[in-house]
Design a protein around this ligand. Structure first.
Ligand SMILES: Nc1ncnc2c1ncn2[C@@H]1O[C@H](COP(=O)(O)OP(=O)(O)OP(=O)(O)O)[C@@H](O)[C@H]1O
Length: 318
């Protein structure tokens, strides 16, 4: 059973007599234990969808169930089962890490001793043990994000929503955070649904990506499948001999889209680069081509984004 199911979700804002259709019919499912990246340019409707799923906003129409509970019928039931980590953590900077975790757990009705045990476990899990007595305001950006995530996990939710988890972090802290997020999935089976503007984050961390634009989900799939679907793979073969003859030989292979010669290199695009490569190598061998090197490159997620939305996500992000 999916842990998130959105069916025909819409949300229309009315401001000063003007209406904005922020979400215009969103359908998707998320399976337990997936790390989902929710991508899209500014104003695509990601935050509005996230707010519906986390029960902060009611849908204008459509239906969503989260952790088996209908967001409209039982918002408190949804909130008990999910964690939500906002972009700017709403924590009190003067409070100490462990104190804040215990306080948060107590707010969920967890008894004192269990709350203390839970806080210690989370500190260990998120590498905060040495920092447990530090006031939150003294932490580095990465430590602070890990504290925010720990706070979202005190009630052991099956599903956690992270709003732009690595924004403002340096590369080392980001890759550190990714390790921790993966461990949540691998060791606890937690489902992670995150919004991000970073394509490398979506590519490296996420099992599956949902791309939103103009209030709709316009594409979804694994990062690899998305990249393959949009632009195919680029296979480059460098040869010792006559590249034009090689081009004529290789062009006979199945599954190729385009073929071009640049110096000693024949460059081909193919829907499935690995399969095409088998044919290409065989053809090269039979025709006695002097093959020196082979390279397969996949298009980047930014190429995919460009093809889908007409603009680069990086340009788009303000
Ligand atoms: N409270 C609101 N009142 C009126 N319009 C709103 C409100 N919140 C969002 N909108 C509008 O709804 C549309 C979708 O906004 P939303 O914040 O969901 O997009 P987003 O994909 O999260 O963008 P970003 O990446 O910039 O956070 C935008 O046109 C936005 O201006």
């Amino acid at each position: 059973m999916p842990i998130i199911q959105a069916t025909g979700l819409t949300h229309t804002f009315t401001v000063g007599g003007r209406t904005v259709e922020a979400v215009r019919g969103v359908d998707f499912e998320v399976s337990p234990g997936e790390i989902i990246g929710f991508l899209g340019p500014n104003g695509a409707g990601k935050t509005t969808t996230l707010r519906i799923l986390t029960t902060m906003l009611k849908p204008t129409s459509g239906r969503a169930t989260v952790a088996g509970v209908d967001v409209d019928a039982d918002p408190a039931g949804v909130r008990r089962r999910i964690g939500y980590v906002a972009q700017a953590g709403g924590t009190d900077g003067n409070c100490r890490v462990a104190e804040e975790l215990i306080l948060q757990a107590r707010l969920y009705g967890i008894g004192k001793r269990d709350a203390e045990r839970r806080a210690a476990e989370l500190c260990e899990r998120l590498d905060l043990t040495g920092l447990a007595d530090r006031p939150i305001r003294t932490l580095s950006g990465g430590q602070r994000r890990r504290t925010d995530i720990a706070l979202g996990l005190v009630h052991e939710p099956q599903l956690v929503f992270l709003d732009e988890p690595s924004v403002g972090l340096d590369p080392q802290s980001r890759s550190d955070l990714w390790t921790h997020i993966r461990r949540l999935r691998d060791e606890l089976g937690t489902t992670v649904f995150l919004t991000t503007h970073y394509l490398d984050e979506a590519d490296t961390l996420c099992d599956r990506i949902l791309v939103m634009n103009h209030g709709r989900v316009i594409a979804e799939g694994t990062p690899d499948a998305l990249k393959r679907r949009i632009s195919g793979d680029v296979v480059s073969l460098t040869l010792g001999g006559d590249a034009d003859r090689a081009k004529a030989v290789l062009a006979e292979c199945p599954g190729l889209d385009e073929i071009a010669v640049s110096g000693q290199t024949v460059r081909l695009t193919a829907r499935g680069g690995e399969q095409a490569l088998v044919w290409l190598m065989r053809a090269a061998d039979q025709a006695d081509l002097d093959l020196r090197s082979v390279n397969i490159a996949r298009p980047t997620l930014d190429d995919v984004f460009l093809a889908l939305t007409g603009s680069s996500l990086n340009e788009n992000h303000s």
